[in-house]
Design a protein around this ligand. Sequence first.
Ligand code: UDP
Length: 387
Amino acid sequence: MRADVVVVGAGLFGLTVAERCASAGLDVLVLERRDHIGGNAWSEDDPQTGIEVHRYGAHLFHTSNERVWGYVNRFTAFTDYQHRVWTTHRGEVFPMPINLATINQFFRTNLGPAAARALVAGQAGELSADAATNLEERAVALIGRPLYEAFVRGYTAKQWQTDPRDLPPEVISRLPVRYGYDTRYFSDTYEGLPVDGYAAWLQRMADHPRIEVRLGVDVLDPRASIGRDHLVGRVPVVTTAPVDRWFDYAEGRLSWRTLDFEREVLPVGDHQGTAVMNYADDDVPYTRVLEFRHFHPERAHYPDDRTVVVREYSRAAQVADEPFYPIGTPHDRAALLRYRERVAAESGVLFGGRLGTYRYLDMHMAIGSALTLVDNQLPRLLRGRAS
Ligand code: UDP
């Protein structure tokens, strides 16, 4: 094996590191456990309809980071898709994230921004959002208790099955609260979907003469042809494997949520009229329904008499399940601190990505942090290059 750097995991973090190192003249070996690259951003065309389906749930690209936006546009153009989400609560459909339309519909009012702010502030209790130490406190501080109970408590219970008082406040800070009628889900400067799909984008990142990708290689499987112990100390390694698994769970297991996807082709041109419908109440067992044709209204080849829907269910991840969302209970956070000490002591190995850092990273965050890692490490890697 000849490589100047080995990247474990071909998700967006690993691919960005690989592509940047290869473009700088390093030979990069990428080892991916799955049978495809791209991590959870991978997509494929549904065989019956030709509709692009994101295999691991809806992936919407958005960023305000100029550098990241410039970087991703080298590999793909983006459509002008703008994500909007609706949520069903007690048989009624509301726009999500919470905005003036949600507030006025929910309270049967016609308030302007200032009056709506005053109403919510009166329901928010004493604690400021900054002082909140958990999801429930932060949500109540931001939107008041009635809106929290209608739109957040039930959904969050389904999504996390963890007491909202045990979840970190950052989880809910992902959603904006708007005192206007802007119903866009994201507030970022740039947003869109890859014109010819995620698979084509991701493939172009990996498509470099200095990058070799080997699929189906799990370096943490003791039977692997190229295992962790074979790599560490011999070649610089960047790993995006789950940090607890890398250290054989020596500090305990970090808890994750996994998702189950129930896919169905329906004999109608349009099932729900929008890409994502959330279900806020616990009488519906799934968190949301995705209808993939709506991500690409510009695609003329999609059939007009069939549609693909995916119901998304969330549950606690067992060892064999795909980890999706780091839960981050107080117990997890304590274990993570101990893992971070091990990470700092592991010489010749750098950790990154959602699994490698136990952080809930959006795609643009994974790419941005990979670019930063390469900025910091490339000079050293170039000095140590195999000759
Ligand atoms: N959330 C909620 N109600 C909703 C949508 C989101 O309470 O209708 C909360 C929930 O706790 C969720 C978090 O906001 O985990 C972040 O939502 P986001 O849509 O960013 O989650 P993702 O799409 O990454 O699963």
